[in-house]
Design a binder for this molecule. Structure first.
Ligand code: ATP
Ligand code: MN
Length: 443
């Protein structure tokens, strides 16, 4: 027998009205066996849902009944039988089996419950992620994450962006040497890249004009928060002949599109998570850094002076303020002090102490940072020096600015944070398959 014959349909793809009395095969995990004596129900689960197999004692071959009764939960089976409409069963049908094949038996006891009846804590779930993924809620999260990534790719491709892949093993820090993971590269020291920033800018000199990348970023920061990981997934773009306003428009439209696609294509998953999604309204509100400071200081919980970066508390204060005023969760903070932002952010020509930079915020946290970039090599070198970095380490990057670099801008948005804020999930670890943090390196 061919393996693909073990399953003719996903459990959710059997239409009881159309397929009554037809023969089908479903395959997956034994979710539950309920033996009521005269009748035995086996619930089989696959990625898409559940299907019920019904065995009536009087009408069933005793050997088949024994097989069904003896199934250990979470074992892998294939069931072949006929479809019978049954309003009370999942997806509105039951299967009257003629054959049950046990393909792989699960040990017991199980490391955790998969029915959703018993709540396991996050650490237990992450330790047994393979098992946690079998829970309907967890499957829903990662199905939605797929939809988010697909929508990003579709949106950016349709807007003329080329998908690129840049190296993750690098010789120089992107933004200073503090938060890098060193690795051994043959007989040299190398690092895991903290951002594709320098490479995506070099692609502008290469004439690729509009590029995006979805890939890992590595940060050796020792933070222990619910929104930071040491390995995260970043969605980055860079676009030539665009200023910061142009790339902000791309960002807000992309986020709105992603929400729309999830609303249209993931209603079942949103329902499983109990999430009602509102598509953010575009354009997003823009407040300046100065206005942000005024808001924070007016609440009196904190006192910030010009040139300070925003604390977590102040991000919440501003987010709640904007939400109360507008009913919207997403907004931009623009015109940051040049010194707060990385060296490649372009200062305003007439006011060099502020830069053409922005953060895109969700009510609860920063989602994205971006800017128009410096494209003049001399100015860029000076900015690198004035931030206390050694321009020699940036030679490979600065060269790309000397022989024809168009003006350009871009941003990076954390994919994990985009998904977690969309779903109202408290911890970033819930939306990352195998999170990497201070304590967790396995699985
Ligand atoms: P934060 O201030 O919140 O730590 P950042 O300003 O250091 O973020 P950027 O360098 O601006 O982060 O990176 C762009 C985006 O990538 C962030 O807005 C965020 O969405 C995401 N990101 C950055 N670092 C992390 C991390 N450690 N874990 C998860 N996402 C991250
Ligand atoms: Mn940032």
């Amino acid at each position: 027998m061919l393996l693909k014959d073990l399953r003719t349909h996903y459990t959710s793809k059997i239409d009881p009205a159309e397929m009554a009395d037809k023969k089908v095969s479903i395959a997956g995990w034994v979710h539950e066996v309920r033996d009521l004596g005269g009748i035995c129900f086996v619930v089989l689960r696959d990625r898409e849902g559940r299907g019920q197999i019904t065995l009536v004692k009087k009408k069933t071959d005793p050997e088949l009944l024994d097989t069904a009764r003896g199934l250990m939960r979470e074992s892998i089976v294939s069931v072949t039988g006929t479809v019978k409409p049954e309003a009370k069963a999942p997806n509105g049908y039951e299967i009257i089996p003629e054959k049950i094949t046990l393909l792989n038996e699960a040990d017991s006891p199980l490391p955790m419950d998969t029915t959703g009846k018993v709540d396991a804590d996050l650490d237990t779930r992450l330790d047994s992620r393979f098992m946690d993924l079998r829970r309907e809620r967890t499957t829903a999260v990662f199905t939605i994450r797929h939809e988010v990534l697909k929508a990003v790719r579709d949106f950016l491709s349709a807007d003329g962006f080329l998908e690129t892949s840049t190296p993750k093993v690098v010789a120089t820090a992107t933004e200073g040497g503090t938060s890098l993971f060193p690795i051994t590269y043959f007989d040299r020291e190398a690092f895991l890249n903290q951002s594709p920033q320098l490479f995506k800018q070099m692609l502008m000199s290469g004439g690729l004009d509009r590029v995006f990348e979805i890939g890992p970023i590595f940060r050796a920061e020792e933070h222990d928060t619910r929104r930071h990981l040491n390995e995260a997934t970043s969605i980055d773009i860079e676009a030539s002949f665009c200023d910061h306003f142009d790339v902000m428009e791309i960002l807000e439209n992309m986020v709105a599109y992603v929400y729309e696609q999830v609303v249209s294509n993931c209603s079942k998953q949103l329902e499983a998570l109990g999430v009602e999604l509102n598509v953010p309204q575009t354009p997003f509100m823009k407040i300046t850094y100065d206005e942000a400071l005024t808001i924070v200081n007016s609440y009196g919980e904190e006192s910030l002076k010009w040139g300070d970066d925003l604390s977590t508390l102040s991000e919440h204060t501003i987010g709640n303020h904007v939400f109360t005023e507008t009913g919207q969760s997403h907004y931009f903070i623009i015109d940051w002090p040049t010194e707060v932002k990385p060296f490649y952010a372009k200062p305003y020509e007439d006011k060099p102490e502020i830069s053409k930079s922005f953060d895109m915020m969700h009510r609860t946290m920063e989602l994205s940072s971006g800017a128009q970039r410096i494209h003049d090599p001399q100015q860029l070198r000076e900015r690198i020096e004035s931030q206390g970095l050694n321009p020699e380490g940036f030679d490979f990057y600065l060269r790309a600015f000397r022989y024809g670099m168009p003006p350009h801008g871009g941003w990076g948005i954390g994919c994990d944070r985009l998904v977690m804020t969309m779903l109202g999930v408290e911890n970033i670890r819930d939306v990352v398959l195998f999170p990497r943090d201070r304590r967790r390196l396995s699985p």
